[in-house]
Design a binder for this molecule. Structure first.
Ligand code: FPP
Length: 228
């Protein structure tokens, strides 16, 4: 276990506000998503430096298919380029890639790319970067409950053991950027006792200092897990 001053092991982020970031600059939405990828890069690096064992990022929800086809294609293209161009950086920073959600239902070229990246980073140890792709928490829970039932018993333990995040540390802190205050079908089970942190900062503007501020606030919170 990593020992760090803030005490958090696993942070998740709903990276919201790319579209508004672009609009403010009179740029197309894709420019906001590109800037969002830059923020991902910087924050993943910072996560390692801040001693986090795991970070989960909401990159594409099972509801994002409702967006215009052009934007869906832009997002998939950016994801592919990110995985391809950052594989070396993952190796250099000891980052193990993980993908959660129904990603095997994505286009075959994306699935092949992910399979390769998972394999290439599987020996890395410092930080696990879980990217949620075609992810919805209700879908994850239905899959987990079915898997638990297939093995005989549905209980909190057997559901948890079949979640996409089963091999990750418990979620400590969930951050959402851009001023929206909802969970949008992200890590619903895992958030049961997570601390929630909302900031008005748009995702492309979110810096390592902002992550540090969230962790500082986390360190000051009194987590009681239902006790006194
Ligand atoms: C929300 O902004 C953001 C998304 C739906 C996509 C997040 C994707 C990235 C940051 C890029 C790819 C990710 C990785 C891991 C490489 P929005 O479009 O809903 O913004 P708006 O609410 O301001 O319109």
């Amino acid at each position: 276990m990593t020992v760090s001053g803030h005490g958090a092991r696993h942070v998740a982020i709903i990276m919201d506000g790319n579209g508004r970031w672009a609009k403010k600059r009179m740029l197309p939405r894709v420019a906001g998503h590109k800037a969002g990828v830059e923020a991902v890069r910087t924050i993943v690096r910072a996560a390692g430096e801040l001693g986090l064992e795991a970070m989960t990022l909401y990159a594409f929800s099972s509801e994002n298919w409702k967006r215009p086809e052009e934007e869906v294609n832009d997002l998939m293209g950016l994801m592919k380029r990110f995985i391809l161009s950052d594989l070396d950086e993952f190796a250099a920073n000891d980052v193990k890639l993980k993908v959660i959600g129904n990603w095997r239902a994505l286009a075959p070229d994306v699935v092949a790319l992910i399979d390769n990246a998972l394999e290439r980073t599987s020996g890395n140890k410092r930080t696990t970067l879980a990217v949620a792709l075609n992810y919805g928490a209700q879908d994850e829970l239905v899959r987990a409950a079915n898997a638990a039932a297939a093995n005989g018993k549905i209980s909190a333990e057997t559901i948890e053991a079949n979640l996409d995040t089963a091999d990750m540390p418990p979620l400590d802190l969930l951050i959402r950027t851009s001023g929206e205050v909802r969970l949008s079908n992200f890590l619903l089970w895992q958030s049961a006792y997570a601390e929630l942190y909302f900031t008005d900062t748009l995702w492309p503007d979110f810096t390592p200092a902002d992550l540090k501020a969230a962790l500082d606030q986390f360190a000051r919170r009194d987590r009681r897990y239902g006790g006194l």
